[in-house]
Design a protein around this ligand. Structure first.
Ligand code: ZN
Length: 454
């Protein structure tokens, strides 16, 4: 039994003072009481810790290295794709594990309790499957055992190189499976998850409309009756154009009419929607999984946050390419994109809730749905996913209520996060992951090997 006490905490009934929280040996919250005297370990401000709802761990090793341009001025993806293919020629399972552990550690230190891993690097160089089909998935689960992060593992179904059903290119063959081999891979991945801590979850992820044949998309969804389904959707203008010419509809229109998504579905990006798509998709109960830092980095476009919130849509946050892992920065980038587009301020705030509070509660709920995890609030019976903020820091000192989250989101950074628990596992203490040194050393040698090769 762990016992902690917070001067202030955000509960389901709003902000409370003198909050005592008891965590059972199973990692679940057992009791939450407010207006109590200090007892147990004492913290300034405790919040529920959200899930990071979208990540491709191995891409962390490419962060900051793809900012050059090639000879063709229209090809702004040149340096990104070139480096990605270089990595894909050589990256090993050992390196993937070291990178994933580093990514998960950074997620925890940023205040996330869960890594929803959209895992698509399955096979060896050239596309040759490993002796254990789920070797790479096993590397992700081994990393999660070391970091103590909550894990929702989504093996990705990736079949084609484009909407016309063309074969995979040389750079994509480590991702590819037909349905039969994917079923086996997903089964093995679920086995790995079931052998892990009890809070882990497995789902699936058809990669995108480009990578999965339309006729197979429904079949895949019907073959997996449990767990969340994630898919990239409507991220870039060329994707919209390709879908229009191949399927005669925009990607979200086509998905609405042919997949009939519901609350099991979680769509990544949605930066290319027209107002009627935003409204219809929000009403289905599907989650919009937004990755504002990566979407900025890739120049994807701006999600219609105002329209989506107005239609009652659900949102989650993910770090996607992991070019930078920062919860506070994802929140402010999302809100700032709305401000820059609309020439407005604090448009997501309501009479009852500030901008930061509304966004934070939204991603707690959406993140719980996307991770398919019993979390998202300080409430008995849920996993003890929590973060503590340093209220002695000058940016938070003497603040109350919503201003604590606003200052964390808009003025602060990850340095304000002192402690993080994932299903009761107290992995970040006094601002650092408890295994930081060894995880950093493993990551350092993995990227040294990779960088030596280009
Ligand atoms: Zn992605």
């Amino acid at each position: 039994m762990q016992k902690l006490w917070a001067q202030r905490a955000l509960t389901l009934d709003g902000w409370k003072n003198g909050v005592s929280i008891e965590i059972g040996p199973n990692g679940k919250i057992e009791r939450v009481d407010s207006d109590t005297e200090p007892n147990g370990e004492i913290y300034g401000c405790v919040l529920p810790a959200p899930a990071n709802a979208h990540s491709h761990a191995f891409q962390r090793a490419m962060a900051g290295l793809t900012e050059q341009r090639g000879a063709d001025p229209t090809d702004s993806f040149w340096s990104w794709r070139r480096l990605m293919f270089r990595f894909l020629e050589r990256i090993t399972p050992e390196q993937v594990q070291a990178i994933a552990a580093f990514v998960q550690m950074e997620m925890l230190e940023a205040g996330y309790a869960t890594n929803v891993e959209f895992h698509y690097l399955h096979h060896g160089p050239g596309g040759e499957p490993y002796a254990q089909l789920a070797e790479m998935a096993m590397r992700i689960t081994e990393a999660a055992k070391e970091t103590g992060i909550g894990l929702t593992l989504l093996p990705v179904f990736y079949q084609y190189g484009g909407l016309d059903g063309r074969p995979l290119s040389a750079g994509q063959n480590r991702f590819g499976n037909d349905i039969e081999r994917f079923m086996k891979l997903a089964e093995d991945s679920t086995g790995l998850v079931n052998d892990g801590p009890r809070d882990w979850v497995s789902g699936i992820a058809p990669h995108s409309l480009r990578a999965v044949a339309p006729r197979d998309l429904k079949q895949i969804a019907s073959l997996f009756r449990d767990g969340p389904i994630h898919m990239h959707l409507a991220e870039q203008i060329p994707e919209v154009e390709e879908t229009l010419s191949s399927l005669g509809m925009r990607p979200v229109e086509w998905t609405l009419d042919h997949i009939e998504p519901d609350a099991r579905w979680h769509f990544i990006h949605l930066t290319q929607m027209l107002p009627h798509e935003t409204e219809r998709l929000a009403h289905t109960g599907a989650t919009a999984v937004l990755c504002p830092i990566t979407e900025s980095s890739l120049g994807d476009g701006i999600f219609d946050g105002l329209g989506w919130f107005e239609a009652g849509g659900r949102v989650a946050i993910g770090s996607d390419s992991n070019i930078r892992i920062s919860l506070s920065e994802e929140l402010r980038t999302l809100d700032y994109s709305q401000r820059l587009r609309d020439h407005s301020r604090a448009a997501l705030a309501t009479a009852e809730q500030s901008t930061g509070r509304r966004l934070f509660e939204a991603i707690l709920n959406g993140g719980a749905a996307s991770a398919d995890r019993s979390t998202g609030a300080l409430e008995a019976g849920l996993w003890a996913d929590m973060l503590a903020l340093d209220t002695s820091h000058v940016d938070l000192a003497d603040l109350q209520g919503d201003m604590l989250i606003d200052s964390f989101s808009f003025a602060g950074d990850d340095n304000l996060v002192t402690d993080v628990w994932s299903a009761g596992r107290h992995m970040v203490q006094r601002g650092q992951h408890v295994r930081r040194d060894q995880i950093l050393a493993q990551y350092r040698s993995a990227v040294q090997e990779l960088r030596a090769a280009y």
